[in-house]
Design a protein around this ligand. Structure first.
Ligand SMILES: Nc1ncnc2c1ncn2[C@@H]1O[C@H](COP(=O)(O)OP(=O)(O)OP(=O)(O)O)[C@@H](O)[C@H]1O
Ligand SMILES: Nc1ccn([C@H]2C[C@H](O)[C@@H](COP(=O)(O)O)O2)c(=O)n1
Length: 213
C-alpha cells in the first residue's frame, strides 16, 4: 500500500505523514528531504543547480536516507545532515534545484527503489512518482497560517517567513498540483490530530488501522 500526501510548503505534510504512518505502522518518506540534501551538497561543493557536474557529484556521495515513521533522517557517511537541510539558506535555494529535470529524476529513482508499504509526502507523489497509490491527499493552508506555524520553530519573523513561503509556492507551482482524485484538505481550521484523523477516516477499507471503539 502507498498513501501519498502532497501539498504546498509548510502545510503540515511531514507532521501529518508521520502521524498517519505511525497509525498505520508503516514508514513515511519525505521526498523534500532529498531535494534539500541535493541543495546543501550543491552549496557545499560550490556547484550551481544547472552545473553539469552536480549530478555526478551527487551520485558519488555516500548519502543515506532513513525513512522512518517517527521522522526521516539523512546521513553523509558518518555526518548527519537532517538538521542542516532545514536552514533558511536551503529553503531559499531548493526550488532552483527542484526545477532541474535531471535532479528530479535522481530523487525519483531513490524513491521508486523503496519497498512499500509507506506514506510518501512531497509535491508530486500522487501525480508523477506514485500515480498507482491507493489513496492520495493534498494539504493546503493560507500563507499566513503556515508562516505563523513555522515561526514557532524558526528564528525569522512571521512576515519574512510568509514572504519566503509565497516565493517558494510560486517557484514550486509547476510540480505542486493535486492529483484529480486527491482529497484536498485545508489544514488551516484543523489541529494536527484533526488532519491525521480526517485522512485515516478517508482511507480505503483494509488500509486504515482497526478502530477500537
Ligand atoms: N493542522 C495543524 N495545526 C497546527 N499546526 C500544524 C498543523 N499542521 C502542521 N502544523 C505545524 O506546522 C509546522 C509545519 O509543518 P510541517 O513541517 O509538517 O510542514 P511541511 O509541509 O512538511 O513543511 P515543508 O514543506 O517546509 O517541508 C510544524 O510546526 C507543524 O507542527
Ligand atoms: N516531491 C517534491 C518534494 C519537494 N520538492 C521541492 C519543493 C520544495 O521547495 C523543496 C523542499 O520540500 P519541502 O521540504 O518543503 O517539502 O523541494 C519538489 O519539487 N517535489
Amino acid at each position: 500500500m502507498i498513501v501519498t500526501i502532497d501539498g504546498v510548503a509548510a502545510s503540515g505534510k511531514s507532521s501529518v505523514s508521520s502521524g498517519v504512518a505511525r497509525a498505520l505502522g508503516v514508514p513515511y518518506v519525505s521526498s523534500g528531504l532529498l531535494y534539500r540534501a541535493a541543495t546543501l551538497l550543491a552549496h557545499e561543493a560550490g556547484l550551481a543547480p544547472h552545473d553539469p557536474a552536480l549530478l555526478p557529484h551527487l551520485e558519488a556521495q555516500p548519502l543515506r536516507f532513513e525513512p522512518l515513521a517517527g521522522g526521516n533522517r539523512l546521513w553523509l557517511g558518518e555526518r548527519e545532515l537532517t538538521a542542516d537541510v532545514q536552514s533558511a539558506a536551503v529553503d531559499a535555494g531548493v526550488s532552483a534545484v527542484a526545477a532541474r529535470p535531471e535532479l528530479r529524476a535522481w530523487v525519483d529513482r531513490r524513491l521508486r527503489a523503496l519497498t512499500p508499504p509507506f506514506v510518501a509526502e512531497g509535491r508530486d507523489m500522487g501525480t508523477a512518482v506514485f500515480p498507482q497509490a491507493q489513496a492520495k491527499f493534498y494539504l493546503t493552508a493560507s500563507a499566513r497560517v503556515r508562516a505563523q506555524r513555522r515561526a514557532a520553530e524558526r528564528p525569522e519573523a512571521v512576515d519574512e517567513i510568509e514572504a519566503a513561503l509565497l516565493r517558494r509556492d510560486e517557484h514550486d507551482r509547476a510540480q505542486s498540483v493535486p492529483a484529480p482524485e486527491a482529497h484536498v484538505i485545508d489544514t488551516g481550521p484543523l489541529t494536527l490530530q484533526g488532519v491525521i484523523d480526517t485522512i485515516l477516516a478517508a482511507l480505503p477499507q483494509g488500509a486504515a488501522p482497526a478502530r477500537t471503539s
